[in-house]
Design a protein around this ligand. Structure first.
Ligand SMILES: Nc1nc2c(ncn2[C@@H]2O[C@H](COP(=O)(O)OP(=O)(O)OP(=O)(O)O)[C@@H](O)[C@H]2O)c(=O)[nH]1
Ligand SMILES: [Zn+2]
Length: 205
């Protein structure tokens, strides 16, 4: 890649409206590079603080996004049966080590008679609103289900998340491939039969 190409890519990724303090991140990254014994002024690292700052603005954009805005678009659709979007891929950042955890989210809900139905893509976007923050998997799971309950007022909702945590793979206990599964269930989906139906739809593949 030439310097020119590099500049274009960085410009394209710049989000001038981002509320993230990018110069502050740049200063901190330079400090980290010095602290690990690197030379932040060598050619390959010169633009690294700037790249990391832009990357963080993207990775943590969810801190400045609101689920209420996202779920404000709803339809009048008389469907009192389960709606389930499964295998939604996502990346998040472990708040303990600031390394990624990633996997799939499965989201289901049963709209109430006078309740709201949202666009399917909004369910996938909802995952990103909460995943693009420093997170733990349990909180990610409950935040998604609670946002569904308070904004769509459904009869019930379920969220199941399956992840690999890189803090358990590339460092620490070093167990690549280990999967963590979390679930959160609200409303009528807590009842055994409906919950079992949802779980078999989610996991029965
Ligand atoms: N419950 C939960 N724990 C997490 C999550 N992500 C990372 N962890 C754990 O957070 C814990 C932090 O433990 P500490 O002992 O404070 O940190 P550490 O010395 O780096 O721990 P090790 O990872 O065991 O080396 C580790 O056990 C991680 O596996 C998560 O989403 N949920
Ligand atoms: Zn971690």
């Amino acid at each position: 890649m030439t310097d020119f190409d590099d500049e274009l890519t960085l410009t394209e990724l710049t989000d001038t409206a981002s509320p993230v303090d990018q110069p502050r991140i740049e200063r901190a990254v330079r400090e980290i590079l010095l602290a690990i014994g690197e030379d932040p002024d060598r050619d390959g690292l010169l633009k690294t603080p700037e790249r990391v700052a832009k990357s963080y603005a993207e990775i943590f954009a969810g801190l400045h996004q609101s689920p209420e805005d996202l779920l404000a678009t709803t339809f009048d659709l008389d469907h009192e049966e389960m709606v389930l979007v499964k295998d939604i891929p996502f990346y998040s950042t472990c708040e303990h080590h600031l390394v990624p955890f990633h996997g799939s989210a499965h989201i289901g809900y049963i709209p109430s008679h006078d309740g709201k139905v949202t666009g399917l893509s909004k369910l996938a976007r909802l995952v990103d609103v909460y995943a693009r923050r420093p997170q733990v998997q349990e909180r990610l799971t409950t935040q998604i289900v609670d946002a569904l309950m308070s904004n769509l007022e459904p009869v019930g909702a379920i969220v199941v998340i399956e992840c690999e945590h890189l803090c358990m793979s590339m460092r620490g206990v070093r167990k690549p491939g280990a999967k963590t599964v979390t679930s959160a269930v609200r409303g009528q989906l807590r009842e055994t039969a409906t919950r079992a139906e949802a779980m078999s739809l989610i996991l029965g593949r």
